[in-house]
Design a protein around this ligand. Structure first.
Ligand SMILES: [Zn+2]
Length: 284
């Protein structure tokens, strides 16, 4: 819960983590460092000359194909892929400022959920900084739409997401979940929900150079009639979609509003995040 006058936060101590990246399949090492107030969430590509920094920001998103990628403007400029799960953990732990040194182009996937990053931040400890946090308040309904996908945000005192997932697949079908920051626990209900993929799509994804690091250790694999690995929640899919919405919205920092999502994905999330920035002024 983020009330008026809440202070910005960072981590208390540096902390490291290693693992495989979901799409590139490469081993990647990250080191999270505390950062001063108003620095933001910064990914620093330490594998590249001059160690370029990419700020997590909805206007820095360069691709939303299968994951959210941020980068500097231009084709061959440095990027960081799949930031959304880490971003949701920063949001949940109230982290506004942090530097993530990363030695590859994609974050580690962990177990496909936000839980490894939550645990990492808990281990590092959270520290308040002496500067007020800016929160984006919604004073008028905003929406984006693409085909059968909808994403709306309404004025609301707190932060709430009502998500309807509707997949033409017997294992998923239609699922609904509502997360209200005041009433629900992100760490217990949302953070453990893993990303998912379809068995029938794996080959095609691999041909496109995607999901190369995907395995039963870091994703729910969906077969024709059931999941190949066991679910953590019967409605794990819709819970993960809420995790993705939160991670993408966290590119703006903190927002107050009620998001109503129907079949939305990274593309719409980022479109709405940008619209929120264009139409609203941050309140303190
Ligand atoms: Zn995801």
């Amino acid at each position: 819960m983020f009330r008026e006058g809440e202070l910005q936060k960072t981590i208390a101590n540096p902390i490291e983590y290693s693992g495989i990246a979901l799409h590139t399949g490469k081993e990647v090492n990250i080191k999270c460092l505390p950062a001063e107030a108003n620095r933001g969430i910064i990914f620093r590509r330490i594998d590249l000359p001059e160690k370029p920094e990419i700020k997590a920001d909805s206007f820095k998103v360069v691709s939303t194909r299968r994951c959210t990628s941020i980068g500097l403007a231009g084709e061959d400029q440095p990027r960081v892929h799949t930031v959304e799960h880490m971003m949701s953990a920063f949001w949940a732990m109230g982290v506004d400022n942090i530097i993530i040194e990363i030695d590859n182009a994609e974050t580690p996937v962990g177990d496909g959920s936000a839980l490894p990053f939550i645990k990492l931040l808990q281990k590092a400890g959270i520290k308040e900084l002496g500067a007020p946090r800016q929160v984006w308040k919604i004073d008028q309904p905003l929406w984006v739409k693409k085909g059968k996908m909808y994403l709306v945000i309404l004025p609301y005192e707190g932060f709430k997401i009502s998500y309807t997932l509707d997949y033409d697949h017997p294992v998923i079908g239609t699922q609904f979940y509502e997360f209200d920051q005041e009433e629900n626990s992100f760490i217990d209900e949302i953070a453990p929900a893993r990303t998912f993929g379809f068995e029938r799509e794996v080959e095609a994804l691999h041909r496109r150079g995607l999901a190369l690091g995907g395995s039963l250790e870091n994703a729910v694999l969906i077969g024709e009639e059931e999941t190949v690995n066991p679910l953590r929640f019967p409605d794990e899919f819709v819970r993960h979609k809420i995790l993705d919405v939160i991670g993408d919205m966290a590119l703006n920092g903190f927002i107050r509003g009620h998001i109503i999502a129907v079949r939305s994905g990274h593309y719409l999330h980022v479109e709405l995040a940008k619209k929120i920035r264009e139409k609203n002024n941050p309140g303190r």
